[in-house]
Design a protein around this ligand. Structure first.
Ligand code: ADP
Ligand code: MN
Ligand code: MN
Ligand code: MN
Length: 383
């Protein structure tokens, strides 16, 4: 078992003895935030005198941004603004996990705080009740840098039996998937389902449907839980969009979208309208669909392995080789949602949902009217 971390092999019976100790009225709150890479998550914990009942009961905090690729050493204090509270499935009730926005020393959003801009757009389109559901694909790795369970030298048998597969020769690392699912449910993360993917040791979970800004909040917390569950098992999960080159599927984050009118009788005509608008902004969307402006997705959107080419926009009913797929049942019932298959597994859901809401719900003349963060302060200081 040399591909499993040393920490995961410590005595867990001893651990349990401490974890079961009573904690009085005090509450542990773990603050979670996105670091300067736009992909990494960081966290730290503090004690509150009593259990917070709402997000407003949790105070602001700060951290050293020079250690998270977020600030220079000379002006390194960054603010943590609690925005979404969840139950902590690791230390259990009454303890909390709290997702935070990050502000710079001047209380403007940090570079990788895409939630701030997403929040502004979602406020603007609130009346449309836009729902999202995101399908997060990921790949498990051992600590040795090989996909988990793959032979040390060589490869497992070719793709075919793994998607939704069962059995020790097909499903690599199901423990992680099942524990993550329960952890999400306990935490209050809106998890929809899960399945094994086409490449061995690749899996998927879905979050949603979530309205507006909630989509990003729930997916980021689900990612935190995934990394944390993996840590307990001593392995690693990566969201790289194309972890293995060659004849192995990449990893995406298909994003399902509907507005109020799309979900109602004959909503398909609003889906068709959305396709026309999306066609005009393909390149812009690609820039928002991975953290490197499309570079990461270039390795994945090849036109092979159930993907479309990164250069072309296409859509079709039940077509998994197009940019956007309209599920067969949606075509039949003439209402429902569409699936944007372009976002990469390592996308920022705030960026993805923000650009989708903008393109689908605003008029073209209002596109690109970026909120002026340098002038308008996002958060007033709480007393
Ligand atoms: P696929 O067939 O593409 O693998 P999945 O079953 O993996 O689809 O995921 C379906 C996703 O669609 C889920 O995240 C779910 O929350 C989302 N979804 C379902 N209904 C809607 C809707 N009306 N609007 C937006 N998303 C939806
Ligand atoms: Mn899926
Ligand atoms: Mn999938
Ligand atoms: Mn899908």
């Amino acid at each position: 078992m040399e591909s499993v971390s040393v920490s995961s092999q410590l005595n867990k019976g001893v651990r349990l003895q401490y974890m079961n100790l009573p904690q009085g009225d005090k509450c542990q709150v773990t603050y979670v935030w996105i670091d300067g890479t736009g992909q990494g998550l960081r966290n730290k914990t503090r004690t509150l005198d009593q259990e917070p009942k709402t997000i407003h009961d949790i105070p602001e905090w700060n951290f050293d941004g020079s250690s998270t690729y977020q600030a220079e050493g000379s002006n390194s204090d960054m603010y943590l603004i609690p925005v979404a509270m969840f139950r902590d499935p690791f230390t259990l009730d009454p303890n909390k996990l709290v997702l935070c926005e990050v502000l710079k020393y001047n209380r403007l959003p940090a570079e990788t705080n895409n939630r701030a801009r997403c929040r502004k757009i979602m406020e603007q389109v609130k009346e449309h009740v836009i729902w999202f559901g995101m399908e997060q694909e990921y790949t498990l790795y051992g600590t040795d840098g090989h996909p988990f369970g793959w032979p040390k030298n060589g490869y497992p048998k070719p793709q075919g039996p793994y998607y939704c597969g069962v059995g020790a020769d097909c499903a690599y690392g199901r423990d992680v998937v099942e524990c993550h699912y329960k952890a999400c449910m306990y935490a209050g993360v809106n998890i929809y389902g899960t399945n094994a993917e086409v490449m061995p040791s690749q899996w998927e979970f879905q979050i949603g449907p979530c309205e507006g800004l909630d989509m990003g909040d729930h997916l980021w917390m689900a990612r935190f839980l995934l990394h944390r569950v993996c840590e307990d098992f001593g392995i690693v999960s990566t969201l790289d969009p194309k972890p293995m080159t060659g004849n192995w599927n990449g990893a995406g984050c298909h994003t399902n979208v509907s507005t109020k009118v799309m979900r109602e009788e004959d909503g398909i005509k609003f889906i068709d309208e959305a396709m026309k608008k999306l066609e005009t902004r393909h390149q812009k969307h690609i820039e928002h669909y991975d953290p490197n402006g499309g570079k990461d997705n270039l390795r994945r959107l090849t036109g092979h392995h159930e993907t479309s080419s990164i250069d072309d926009f296409s859509f079709g009913v039940a077509n998994r080789a197009s940019s956007i797929r309209i599920p067969r049942h949606v075509g039949q019932e003439k209402k429902g949602y569409f699936e944007d298959r372009r976002p990469a597994a390592n996308c920022d859901p705030y960026s993805v949902t923000m650009i989708l809401a903008e393109t689908v719900l605003l008029e073209p003349e209002d596109y690109d009217k970026v909120y002026d963060f340098e002038k308008e302060y996002m958060f007033e200081k709480k007393d």
